[in-house]
Design a protein around this ligand. Structure first.
Ligand code: ZN
Length: 283
């Protein structure tokens, strides 16, 4: 414990640094209990807490540029999304979870996967997206799943042993998701994925940049995003240098603070640490 974390003279706990990084809550769209009276919302709140701690760790406790509290809810839409323009008070994250996902399957991995991706957008800046930003957001979600696996094995072995033994489902979900998306890739690229060095992968991604941009949320784009995220994660990613990078477009997110998905990232404006990893994805 550092002196800053010790109780102040008034007897109140001094705020810890990470507390200011991301304020958040689950909204009322999460069910309280399942039909057997078992807590649902509270369990998912604990999972969200763990995911958020991991993302905070990735960005080494650096506060987000958008100081709004994050409100996490459920949507009936087929895909999750983040909305930074509707509510002046909250950054809204909507996760695409059915009642079965929440109450029957208790699909904590699907929840962590989606939340990790949307928090990646919150970190990079929620007002812009494009092929590069979606690829990086996918890298966030894959990283979160792997780290959730390791965290749960350790953290809950004594207090919630059923969660500790459930931990490997996080990595299983990541691997299944990747395998599903990779299935649509040409055999030569699928084979290259398993090799120690992926010489064809950056070239393939470079040659398909147009397809990615035109199909950001379609199958043809999803597999390219996933391949890019995996290529990035084969080596270290400077997560904290990704803070705010989505705003580097023309016009910038500062100059035009509406949501835009039609602008490319101005790569020359990115921090060196981020520019240095882009050759892995052919940029
Ligand atoms: Zn996204």
């Amino acid at each position: 414990m550092t002196s800053k974390q010790k109780k102040s003279r008034k007897g109140k706990k001094a705020p810890t640094r990470t507390k200011q990084v991301m304020r958040w809550h689950l909204d009322g769209t999460f069910p309280g209990n399942d039909p057997n009276g078992q807590p649902v919302g509270e369990d998912f709140r604990v999972v969200a807490h763990d995911v958020i701690c991991i993302v905070k760790d990735l960005i080494t406790g650096t506060p987000l540029s958008d100081p709004r509290e994050i409100k996490i809810g459920i949507t009936s839409r087929p895909v999750p999304y983040i909305d930074a323009t509707t509510d002046p008070k909250f950054l809204l994250i909507f996760l695409s979870m059915t009642d079965d996902d929440l109450m029957v399957r208790r699909d904590y991995a699907k929840f962590a996967f989606q939340l990790g991706h949307e928090l990646g957008h919150a970190v990079m800046g929620p007002l812009r997206t494009n092929g590069l930003i979606e690829t990086l957001a996918d890298a966030f979600s894959y990283e979160v799943l792997d780290r959730m696996n390791r965290l749960w094995e350790r953290k809950y072995s004594a207090t919630r042993p059923h969660w500790a033994s459930w931990a490997s489902h996080f990595t299983d979900y990541q691997k299944n998701e990747e395998a599903e998306r990779f299935a649509g890739l040409p055999a030569s690229i699928r084979n290259a994925v398993g090799e120690p060095d992926w010489p064809q992968v950056p070239d393939y991604l470079k040659n398909n940049l147009g397809i990615l941009e035109m199909n950001l949320t379609e199958e043809a784009g999803l597999r390219l995003r996933s391949l890019g995220a995996s290529a990035l994660r084969r080596n270290k990613i400077p997560w904290k240098d990704l803070l705010g990078i989505s705003g580097f477009t023309t016009p910038s997110a500062k100059d035009d603070p509406g949501f835009r998905s039609d602008l490319q990232t101005e790569v020359h404006l990115l921090p060196n640490a981020v520019r240095n990893i882009l050759p892995r994805i052919g940029r």
